[in-house]
Design a binder for this molecule. Structure first.
Ligand code: TMP
Length: 254
């Protein structure tokens, strides 16, 4: 056994060197954090669920021709990804008012926004990931105007795809966050969707009851987070009930 070289450890994931140059292994941990790391818990099974949900979504994005860093899932907690240069911006797309926009603009949670809104936050834990404008991004050189155009069109395409995917299983996509990276291939560079898309990075409400099925369950202490994520996986068809539901409960589909 050789020890893998750790490239980066974040709050919910660890990146290791991949088997070939230009690849990395993304490992999903069970850690849940909120309030910029002040609230922390280990939630059994969260990493496995997010690995599967993110694999499912990124696989579908790749098939649609929306470029991502995802190559394939390796095991219950890990996936093989392309190495990219992460752009230090969190791109948030909102369809319905909730979370920080509801607070900032005094909107009632659940109000449909006049149209989908894209926001940018500068990825800096010490500053608490502040909201920024396009002007900051280009003036400080975090991305060029052309890259920003590519990022915004990716964000819109991901929003259209995810909204349809989730409403088809009775879930409203309230908002979500993506990260983008530069993927280099020889002389070429393209902007791809990176990181993860999971109930950690989306707001997902039951379309009828508005029951929360995302990380707000942890942030607001509404119940069992893994149960909520399991429900999302089940509705997407990633989890099936075992024949004898009493014995082991839902199991992951291979
Ligand atoms: P917000 O309402 O707290 O700004 O969050 C908007 C969306 O972005 C929500 O779906 C959660 C997601 N998000 C992350 O994935 N990571 C973060 O660090 C933050 C602040 C939000």
């Amino acid at each position: 056994m050789t020890r893998r070289r750790k490239i980066y450890e974040g709050k919910a994931k660890t990146l290791y060197e991949g088997p070939e140059p230009g690849t990395l292994i993304q490992h999903f941990k069970d850690d849940a954090t909120a309030q910029n790391g002040k609230k922390h818990e280990v939630i059994d099974g969260k990493g496995v669920l997010n690995n599967r949900i993110s694999e499912f979504i990124f696989g579908k994005l790749n098939n649609l021709g929306i470029p991502t860093h995802f190559i394939r899932r390796l095991n219950m907690r890990e996936q093989l990804i392309k190495e990219v240069e992460i752009i230090p911006i969190e791109v948030v797309v909102r369809n319905v008012a909730a979370g920080s926009i509801a607070k900032r603009l005094g909107l009632e949670q659940g109000t449909r926004l006049p149209r989908s809104i894209i926001e940018f936050y500068y990825k800096d834990d010490a500053l608490g990931d502040p909201l920024i404008a396009e002007e900051h991004i280009t003036a400080f050189g975090w991305a060029t105007p052309q890259e920003l155009d590519d990022i915004m069109s990716l964000a819109v395409r991901v929003n259209d795809f995810l909204s349809g995917l989730f409403i088809g299983v009775g879930i409203q996509l309230v908002d979500f966050k993506i990260e983008c990276g530069r993927q280099f291939e020889g002389e070429m560079m393209r902007i791809v969707v990176a990181d993860e898309i999971s109930p950690d990075t989306c707001r997902l409400w039951d379309a009828k009851t508005r029951k929360k099925l995302d990380k707000d369950v942890f942030r607001e202490e509404l119940g069992d987070l893994a149960d909520a994520y399991r429900e999302v996986a089940q509705r997407l068809g990633i989890l099936v009930e075992t024949e004898n539901a009493l014995s082991t409960g839902p199991r992951l589909v291979e």
